[in-house]
Design a protein around this ligand. Structure first.
Ligand code: ADP
Length: 463
């Protein structure tokens, strides 16, 4: 509103100046016209009277009647003492007062004199010129004029300019008030929306039409709330999925312990139940540790952590060493073939977790005679890790979704295999944290293949 008022004030001042200027110019032009007109008339009369050292009233009257006096209001001719010899004006002031008129005083000293006044109703002009015979001043010609017609024209110009200025001020007032109203309304909408979103209404959107600044601002605001809404939704989803997933093993533990307490079971059954309780609590532990892992990944995403040079091949060898007993137990084979110096810049425990999660999945989702292969090699600017198996594979339409938190193709099978639905989410988030990508595909000969690409670390001096 302040800006609008300042601009309005500025416009009004500009308009006043603009309207005053033509009026002043017209008035100055009339002054100049009167000056030249009156003095040239006086000059003509004076030059007709400069042949006699002694001026006479009759001589003056004769000259005036020849030259005419209708174009000026009054012609007065005085002698060198200022005594009026001729006066064309009817109801003019007393003859003896003329000698005191400033124009006549000035002319009798040898100077041309002129004065013009605009009193609002008429232009009053007075001029006087000395009558010279050689170097001798013999008298003066005094001319006076009252022009109401020009004054009327000037008045009209003034009134028109004033009316136009009023119209212009009113129009700009309307325009500025309109603009001010639009700005204030948009501002209030924006404030109201910010307040709503701050209070948690993330679905609120600002209406944005056109391509003006407000529309751009509204677009940015909507993009921001969109992002907030998505974050909030995934947070809620995560909390609800996590509590749901945690409830299942807890319910099983509760059921099993209730059965032990309430029924008179034989030693063997109790042993079985306690084993189940133990495996369910193992699952709980695994799940909580993976959840903590994910939360840490979330919060440390933008924090620069200490990194090191991690040998991808070494991680594969370690994972194979660790998983060989499990593979033997499952009647499967796990092997690796990796290049020596295929390194990435990351944290070793995190990269190892990626390799381990993928390799464990390979074992979990293979049938009889399972084979899991880990390959690490450098290609161009990437360090590539491939983990493939000859297992059940992944339905094509689920290939993208398996990286979502808690997403499992076959819940029952995953649970049976001790899965949590968090392993691949951890893989993706870790890989992306170090600027890499991960994708899942199915092998032509059956089984799944996971391809991870990290930015390759090159040793100094290496081509
Ligand atoms: P889980 O703990 O259930 O294994 P993950 O996040 O590791 O959770 O995997 C998500 C889902 O992706 C699994 O439940 C499974 O359905 C599918 N999946 C993962 N790896 C493989 C694989 N090698 N072969 C077939 N399916 C797989």
């Amino acid at each position: 509103m302040k800006i609008v008022l300042v601009i309005l004030l500025f416009t009004v001042v500009m308009l006043i100046m603009q309207t005053a200027s033509p009026v002043r110019t017209t008035r100055d032009m009339i002054f100049a016209y009167k000056h030249s007109m009156l003095l040239s008339k006086a000059e003509t009369i004076a030059s007709s009277l400069n042949n006699n050292l002694v001026l006479s009233g009759e001589g003056a009257q004769e000259v005036v009647s020849v030259l005419g006096s209708s174009d000026v209001g009054q012609i007065v001719i005085t002698d060198a003492e200022g005594i009026v010899l001729f006066n064309s004006g009817g109801n003019s002031p007393a003859a003896e007062t003329y000698a005191l008129f400033p124009e006549i005083v000035s002319a009798l000293k040898g100077n041309d004199a002129f004065r013009c006044i605009y009193n609002g109703n008429a232009f009053l002009s007075y001029g006087a010129i000395p009558i010279m015979v050689g170097n001798v001043i013999t008298g003066c010609v005094y001319v006076a004029d009252e022009d109401q017609e020009q004054a009327e024209i000037l008045n009209q110009i003034q009134q028109n300019a004033f009316r136009m200025a009023i119209v212009a001020v009113l129009v700009s007032l309307l325009v500025f008030l309109g603009a001010g109203f639009v700005i204030i309304r948009n501002n209030n909408r924006m404030l109201e929306s910010i307040r709503l979103v701050r209070e948690g209404n993330y679905s609120h959107r600002l209406e944005s039409r056109g391509h003006n600044e407000y529309a751009v601002l509204a677009g940015e605001f909507n993009a921001l709330t969109d992002r907030l809404q998505k974050t909030e939704e995934s947070r809620r989803q995560f909390v609800s999925d996590a509590s749901h997933e945690l409830r299942t093993p807890l319910a099983a533990i509760r059921l099993l312990s209730d059965s032990i307490i309430q029924n008179d079971l034989d030693q063997e059954t109790i042993r079985e139940f306690v084993q189940d309780i133990s495996s369910e609590s193992d699952r709980l532990t695994r799940m909580t540790s993976k959840l903590l892992n994910l939360t840490a990944l979330d919060s440390k995403q933008y924090v620069v952590q200490e990194t090191e040079t991690v040998n991808l091949g070494e991680c594969c060898r370690k994972a194979v060493r660790m998983l060989t007993p499990l593979a033997t137990e499952l009647g499967a084979v796990i092997e690796q073939s990796s290049e020596q110096n295929c390194c990435v810049i990351a944290r070793e425990d995190e990269v190892f977790q990626v390799v381990l999660n993928l390799a464990e999945n390979g074992l979990k989702y293979t049938q009889q005679n399972g084979q899991v292969r880990l390959i690490a090699f450098a290609q161009g600017e990437s360090a590539i890790l491939i983990v493939e198996d000859n297992g059940i594979g992944i339905p094509e339409e689920e290939l993208d979704r398996i990286f979502e938190r808690f997403y499992r193709v076959d819940k029952a099978r995953s649970r049976e295999a001790g899965g949590t639905g968090l392993g691949l989410a951890i893989v993706r988030e870790t890989v992306e944290k170090y600027g890499g990508t991960v994708e899942a595909s199915n092998r032509a000969q059956g089984g799944a293949r996971f391809t991870v690409r990290f930015p390759l670390y090159r040793w100094e001096g290496e081509p």
